[in-house]
Design a protein around this ligand. Structure first.
Ligand code: ANZ
Ligand code: ZN
Length: 862
């Protein structure tokens, strides 16, 4: 008999399904464990070996946890709306819903062939109307509470996809989807007020166990900075420029103002500007560039002076020139910068280029290093650190920190400015002019618009401002009750919960229109409707949601599926399951989702907490991230490179178990690693060896021979595999199983059945099919190895790890200290030198030589 995975694997997959082994049980008395992987986007390419890496790894942990007695939920579903499907549909002339259906079918078959222990009874699909009615419901809550508003926004526009993109979807000035250069275009967009949650999104990171680099990325993305806002008046006019600076201590060194090319003073007051043509030409060029390009520190800083315009420094009263320059971005801090060449490197380069004065106003604190200087003592670079103020009038002599406070206070008293906190984070652009997404569940009603606009809103808005999110309900105007969102966005009316889902109509033409309008706008039967409030004629919103919408709450849907197959309203039905299962204990996903999906879903969850829907305000207790699986050539797998590994082929040739174990063994889980079919073959051989060892008749029945040494290694391995699984060190866990197999083979003649059982249990999370097959051979009456208990190690038995380290001075024993057996020379030395007895004999004499005998002694020759 030889190892034949293609026979073993489907057999056990079927059996496990019959036994409903992987069903999570709501309200079980066992401790719960919510293990989550990022659900896949069912692309046309099928499953990627990269998916398998993290799914197998977390599957191993889930299986071990179940064997340890946890009630584990390890769910799966489909994140199926999105542009690639739509683009593919357009190319092939097949409806996106058809494509989605067949892609899911492929993915499902592939995942099932791997024997992952997903609870398939809770499968979800974001494009299912029963699912997205909830995505719409959550959007409506944002809207009702005044956290969704419509704004005319200069958005990133991809001329090829003909779609607006969020900042996050523009990678180095290019569309994330198709790679074309993006442009700017003004469109009316729905926005979600994530900025309102910026502080909590930072603050709560203290409560959760995320990889440090994930926390840092989120904090930087939110980009909270404390500074000062101040006003520069324009000479001989009523115009003002509002400036944000984190370095108001440098105010006496300001030698110019630079405005972003989009700044209103530039675009709306061109008549004041004497060199109009030059300025207009510059603006036109600048607008073609993305923010990222414009703020690239390495790029040359260019600009044009606005002739005829002077600004007045509010503190010194000095006149300074005003420029337009593209290194200033429009959407941050008022879109203008006070230029301090001596203390900001960007400004320094700008000043050098255009011969602006460079005035030093900060000196390094004594003994601290200043900036590089040339022969005539002139600055060669900006001195950017804090220091002591000079040339700064009454503020000279203060430290930078003191000066920032005093000057800000001074500005505040004079009503010229004050403290300000700024964020890099922008509100989330939530509209897409595309077909394959969730319809935004609003209608536009001219009649209701009239009603709202005629009302006196002051009182309502004041009330709303002070209300807590949870208690914010409706406001009566004439005979109608209006939600805050309906007041803030006159004419826009929420679809009532009973009428959800607003189903995406089945249309033949789903191509982008290119005018910026959604293809749904062409579907007039669907667009024309009645206002749910006043019953007058109204039109539906035709924009759809971004593909980040459905994934912002999907881990809640798995829990809801346990209560109601079609996820019925109302939300209160799910309160108890939410309380039981949340937060997610471990969430694993890609680093590329850190500032998008991970941040968005935290934001939604915090909002749902404020609504009283979920039990706490962080969804994921622990977040980890896996490294990518690269092609055999070390490059990202792609069709064009021809380095894509097809998992179906690998399963067919070597079996799912070998593929799974290989992907856990290939390298440290958090690091990128190249594929190696050779490595997979090595793992396949390992599994073959396990198979033939256990199939040895003598061993299968041997009961009582005991080998103390082997026993210890067993217990060490139990400890190692268990701990490595918990800390996600899957590769070293597999390595430990491999070396235990070596020992077992060496000790074949004394190996017992009980030891084989332990081995199979340890192997089961990694190679579930093989382990189950062999388990049933030696324990034919057992239902499944996965209903057995995870082995426990005996701490006494692994204690041999300790030794008594002998410490000698000039060859004489002076002390003995208990320590680890694998102590290194350096550690032994440090340990020995701490001993009082040894110190006495060394008595400050020079140590000439150290002799170290591992596992035994250390000798100091003096
Ligand atoms: C004067 C100054 C002097 C500055 C100095 C720095 C050093 P963070 O920390 O990112 O908030 N800034 C403000 N608005 C800007 C915009 N729209 N585009 C580009 N740069 C802008 O950075 C705040 C600093 O970035 C501000 O402080 C401003 O330059 C610049 F010695 O003001 B500073
Ligand atoms: Zn109406």
């Amino acid at each position: 008999m030889s190892y034949n995975p293609s026979k073993i694997e489907p057999k056990w997959q079927k059996k496990w399904e019959e036994l409903k082994l992987y069903r999570a049980e709501d309200f079980s008395k066992k401790p719960k464990q919510y293990i989550l992987i990022e659900f896949p986007y069912p692309s046309g390419e099928g499953l990627h070996v990269g998916h398998i890496r993290s799914y197998s790894a977390l599957d191993a942990l889930a299986r071990k946890k179940r064997m340890e007695g946890y009630n584990v939920i390890y769910p799966i579903g489909w994140d199926a709306f999105g542009l690639p499907t739509e683009n593919y549909a357009i190319k092939k002339g097949i409806h996106p819903s058809k494509i989605t259906e067949s892609n899911i079918k492929t993915f499902k078959r592939q995942l099932k062939s791997l024997g992952l222990s997903f609870d398939w009874s809770r499968e979800i699909n974001t494009t299912d109307p029963q699912y997205y009615k909830w995505t719409q419901w959550i959007f409506l809550q944002f809207f009702k509470k005044g956290l969704a508003h419509q704004a005319e926004m200069p958005i990133n526009w991809c001329p090829s996809c003909k779609i607006g993109l969020a900042n996050e979807e523009v990678i180095q000035g290019k569309c994330e989807r198709c790679g074309s250069e993006t442009e700017r275009k003004k469109l009316k967009q729905w926005m979600l007020k994530i900025t309102k949650y910026a502080d909590r999104l930072i603050e709560n990171l203290k409560k959760v166990d995320y990889l440090e680099k994930i926390k840092i990325q989120q904090i930087n993305w939110i980009g909270k900075s404390y500074g000062t806002n101040l006003e520069f008046k324009i000479k001989d006019s009523d115009l003002k420029i509002s400036v944000f600076t984190t370095r108001v201590d440098t105010i006496f060194g300001v030698t110019a103002i630079v405005l972003a090319p989009e700044h209103r003073l530039v675009t709306e007051n061109l008549s004041l500007i004497k060199n109009r043509d030059e300025v207009e030409k510059y603006i036109k060029e600048a607008r073609k560039k993305s923010d990222l390009e414009r703020t690239d520190l390495a790029k040359e800083k260019t600009g044009v002076e606005l002739k005829g315009i002077k600004a007045i420094n509010p503190v010194t009263g000095k006149e300074i020139p005003v420029w337009v320059g593209d290194y200033v971005i429009a959407t941050y801090g008022g879109g203008s910068v006070m230029v301090v060449p001596a203390h900001d490197q960007r400004d320094f380069e700008f000043a050098e280029r255009y011969n602006l004065p460079i005035i030093e106003v900060i000196k390094p604190i004594q003994n601290h290093r200043g900036a590089e200087r040339g022969a005539n003592d002139q600055l060669l670079e900006a001195f950017e650190s804090d220091g002591i103020l000079v040339n700064s009038g009454e503020f000279s002599g203060l430290t930078s920190a003191e000066a920032r406070e005093k000057i800000t206070q001074w500005l505040k008293e004079k009503k010229l400015g004050g403290p300000q906190i700024n964020y890099k984070l922008r509100d989330w652009i939530f509209s897409r002019q595309h077909y394959w997404g969730e319809p935004i569940p609003l209608v536009f009603c001219p009649n209701c618009k009239d009603i709202v606009e005629k009302a006196n809103l002051e009182e309502i808005l004041k009330q709303a401002e002070n209300a807590e999110i949870k208690s914010l309900t409706t406001f009566k105007i004439q005979d109608f009750e209006f939600y805050l969102g309906e007041i803030l966005n006159p004419g826009w009316i929420a679809i009532p919960e009973e009428e959800l889902p607003v189903e995406l109509p089945y249309v033949e033409k789903y191509q982008p229109t290119g005018t910026g309008e959604s293809p749904l706008a062409q579907c007039q039967d669907w667009v024309k409707t009645k206002c749910p409030k006043c019953h007058g004629p109204a039109e539906r919103e035709t924009d759809t949601m971004p593909n980040w919408a459905g994934s912002s709450w999907y881990y809640l849907a798995y829990l809801m599926r346990g209560v109601s197959d079609n996820l019925q309203f109302p939300i209160s039905r799910y309160k108890k399951v939410f309380e039981y299962w949340l937060p997610v204990d471990l969430y694993n996903g890609g680093m590329e989702h850190t500032t998008l999906h991970l941040l968005y879903s935290r934001f939604w969850y915090q909002f749902l907490f404020d609504l009283g829907v979920v039990p706490n305000d962080e969804p994921y207790a622990r977040r980890r991230s896996h490294g990518m699986v690269l092609g055999e050539d070390g490059e990202k797998m792609s069709k064009s490179r021809g380095n894509v590994i097809n998992p179906d082929e690998m399963v067919k040739k070597y079996g799912a178990d070998a593929l799974r174990v290989y992907e856990m063994f290939m390298g440290p889980f958090d690091q990128a690693i190249s594929w190696s079919t050779q490595g997979l073959v090595g793992v396949w051989r390992f599994l073959n060896r396990v198979y033939s060892l256990v199939n040895n008749r003598q061993i299968k029945t041997r009961i009582n021979k005991k080998n103390v040494n082997l026993e210890r290694i067993f217990h060490q391995t139990i400890k190692k595999v268990g701990e490595d699984l918990e800390s996600l060190h899957f590769n070293t866990a597999v390595a430990a199983l491999m070396s235990l197999l070596n020992e077992m083979e060496k000790n074949r003649s004394v190996l017992t059945k009980a030891e084989i059982e332990i081995y199979l249990k340890l192997l089961a999370p990694f190679a579930p099919h093989l382990s189950e097959e062999l388990w049933q051979i030696i324990r034919p009456k057992s239902k499944s190895i996965f209903l057995e208990k995870w082995p426990i190690y005996d701490p006494e038995l692994i204690k041999e790890e300790e030794i008594e380290l002998i410490i000698q001075v000039n060859g004489r024993i002076r002390d003995k200290i208990k320590t680890r057996i694998d102590i290194s020379e350096q550690e032994a030395k440090d340990l020995a030198l701490k001993s009082k007895k040894v110190q006495k004999y060394l008595a400050d004499q020079e140590i000439k030589k150290i002799i170290f005998v591992p596992k035994k002694l250390i000798n100091f020759v003096i």
